[in-house]
Design a protein around this ligand. Structure first.
Ligand SMILES: *Cc1c(COP(=O)(O)O)cnc(C)c1O
Length: 396
């Protein structure tokens, strides 16, 4: 509550339900230590440090100089047709998925925006919305802002971090109108199989649940793991949409560009929300996105080899200090078991206090994240090396 000259300015109650954004808390802690002169290394946030490829930046500059692009975006909320056509081509080439750019694709200001607008497009106040625990915290915020009721579906190591549909109580499934999933999974790194996706479609169909399959890591996989889209499952388009993003594969987190693909009714509904909220994506950013998808697939391979090398370094260090585990094969995170009997928070705090290395406590992603921490590989090689040296010294 801010008191302005006797006027009590109260903000909306829905905001009080939203837990503080994890990274804001972390940022405060980091800033405090930094201001005290500590050489902090943060392995907590997934945000690539290497630059966006030059050809994409060049295309942005070229398009930004064209006054045509200074006006409201073409096709406003849906995204330019040329962008949607390029997304369709990309989905065909990468995943063998056919999409109609006219009504099955929508440009997004990032996949996070899509999550939020998906809720507004599908969920009525009081509806149950399923999400995983551990899970990406923004789903909960989006559900709460849309006045839905989040229900946590545990994803456990013994099930390869996939939900077990039979374990979701039938009365909960009946009440649910939507579900968020994300594989390759943030935070666990787990990947889905096509067999699992087929089960997901069957579950969605049985209980009339709209699926929001958030897939920004579809390209970030290692050691022979296949690249999979939800839309590869039979009937996926009947039950949901897949959100994707240029942020993670092309180092474009700051550019804010993504897409929703799939069910035409949901696409139209999300589009209606967007029409009344934002007026679409800057055309120049969409042209740059076309350049990324059409000309920079090779860049993804380069980044994968960099992340792969960093993965090996972290795994080798962890093994040396007695943390030996079989890591899932997706995303640029490692979901690391804390040495027993330490809790997630004990391990996180010890790392920070003794080595000034910041990792994300597993419990920040839900109570089933207990016993784990998440390490991000999106830091420069030399900083990661330094962090691993400090950790090795502290724990041996
Ligand atoms: C990074 C991330 C996003 C955000 O993607 P943007 O396209 O940058 O909004 C969405 N979902 C998950 C699971 C993420 O990790």
């Amino acid at each position: 509550m801010i008191n302005v000259g006797g006027f009590n300015l109260k903000t909306a109650e829905r905001l009080t339900k939203i837990p503080p954004y994890l990274f804001m808390e972390l940022r405060k802690k980091i800033n405090k230590a930094k201001s005290e002169g500590v050489d902090v290394i943060s392995l907590a946030i997934g945000d690539p440090v290497e630059a966006t490829p030059d050809s994409i930046i060049d295309e942005l500059c070229r398009s930004a100089r064209d006054p045509q692009n200074h006006r409201y975006p073409t096709d406003e909320e849906k995204g330019m047709l040329v962008f949607r056509k390029e997304v369709a081509r990309w989905y065909q080439e990468r995943y063998g998925v056919s999409l109609n750019p006219e009504n099955e694709i929508l440009g997004l200001i990032g996949s996070k925006e899509g999550c939020h607008h998906f809720v507004l497009a599908r969920v009525n106040p009081g509806d149950t919305v399923l999400m995983t625990d551990p899970g990406y915290p923004a789903y909960r915020s989006s559900i709460l802002m849309g006045e839905g009721v989040p229900y946590n579906v545990p994803i456990l190591p013994q099930n390869n971090y996939l939900p077990v549909f039979e374990d979701i109580p039938a009365d909960v499934a009946k009440k649910a109108t939507a579900m968020f999933l994300n594989y390759p999974n943030n935070p666990t790194g787990a990947c889905a199989t096509l067999d699992f996706l087929n089960k997901l479609v069957a579950f969605a169909r049985e209980f009339d649940i709209a699926i929001c399959y958030d897939n920004p890591y579809s390209e970030i996989v290692f050691t022979g793991q296949p690249k999979i889209s939800f839309l590869m499952a039979k009937g996926a388009k009947d039950v949901g949409v897949e959100l994707n993003s240029l942020s993670k594969p092309f180092n474009m987190c700051g550019w804010r560009l993504g897409m929703a693909c799939g069910n035409p009714e949901l696409i139209a509904a999300i589009s209606k929300v967007k029409e009344n909220t934002d007026s679409g994506i800057f055309n120049a950013v969409q042209f740059a996105g076309i350049q990324a998808l059409s000309g920079e697939a090779g860049f993804i391979e380069e980044m994968l080899s960099i992340y792969g090398r960093r993965r090996e370094l972290v795994l080798k260090t962890l093994k040396k200090i007695g943390i030996d585990f079989n890591p899932p094969r997706g995303t640029f995170y490692l979901w690391v078991p804390a040495p027993k009997p330490m809790t997630s928070l004990d391990f996180t705090n010890r790392l920070f206090d003794k080595t000034a290395v910041v990792v994300a406590a597993g419990t920040a992603y839900g109570k089933y994240g207990e016993g784990f921490v998440r390490i991000s590989l999106t830091v420069p090689d030399d900083r990661l090396k330094e962090a691993m040296e400090r950790i090795e010294k502290e724990f041996s």
